[in-house]
Design a protein around this ligand. Sequence first.
Ligand code: MRU
Length: 357
Amino acid sequence: MTMTTQVRPIWWIGDWRTGHVRMIDQLRLPAEEQYLTYNDHEGIAVSITTMVIRGAPAIGISAAYGMFLGAREANAAGTAPWSNLPEVKARLADTRPTAVNLFWALDRMERFVAEWKRAGKPGDDSFLEAYFQEAVEIHEEDVQACMDMGRLGAELVPRGARILTHCNAGGLATGAYGTALGVIRAAHADGKVKMVFADETRPYLQGARLTTWELHKDGIPVTLITDSMAAHFMQKGQVDLVVVGTDRTVANGDVANKIGTYGLAVLCKHHGIPFYVAAPLSTVDLDTQTGEQIVIEQRSRDEVTIVGNRKLAPDGIEVQHPAFDVTPADLVTAIITEKGIARAPYRESLAALKAAQ
Ligand code: MRU
């Protein structure tokens, strides 16, 4: 597997018996590059809740390692390695609600155990080694999916493109390489990218803190704008396309992504600009029929009212902080997956790509 970037959020260090998870602390970027290590499933759960790691695919990968660590903990306590997995799964599931990759990875790790038991295989080291390998496969498959999405998505990008993106759907949000930023990386490698506009992405500032950091590191031209500037640059004819990631894309093609994405899609429609979504199939949830059924994470008021140490709003006022919004399928030009590009009607095209998985 070749990669044009080293930007990634998570590693497994060492062997399965004694090794640990290492993460870059995304709370400290871009000011400091610091790394944290985790040896148990509780640490992984905390890393997801506190957003040391974030981004839908990266959350799923962490959860897979968390399930393995839970099994290793049970084994070290002298019990069957799967004895605590229902509680471990519940703990990891209770971290963030919107990104479906979390639940997808937990279900896959749970299925692995059920199949192992059904085959009558023992709960010894052979299980732990194979269980570890399943988590590694989830990680490696995501990197490959990002590379494949990048290659397919780059074909949609014209020469000299000025591309706008929102939030961070990059190497930091995936196993490596990124979904939306994977498309941008691949298009840049083809010499097609003139400029990337990165929305700062209020209030959590993933665009300002993370997207600019990783694009700049890779030598890809990037201009930081505030979210409210996007309409202006579109009106001036300076944006050729928008590409974003997604936390959950459902059966009818409705797309949940970082708050502000829906507004961008509406702007694209008004200005006749293509609006693309890069979605690994692990993010496509065919069990949920429409966007209305997606649970939207509600985050703290402090993230809206305080920037750094500075309070921006008076106490005692109402504040809302939905972390994601839903873009209706009819505003989406195409959904780029690792198996091909889906176009409307999405109910059919997404189902066909999922079936081909
Ligand atoms: O709250 P975050 O930072 O986890 O939100 C991340 C996003 O909304 C991304 O766009 C999405 O997860 C896709 S990442 C490839």
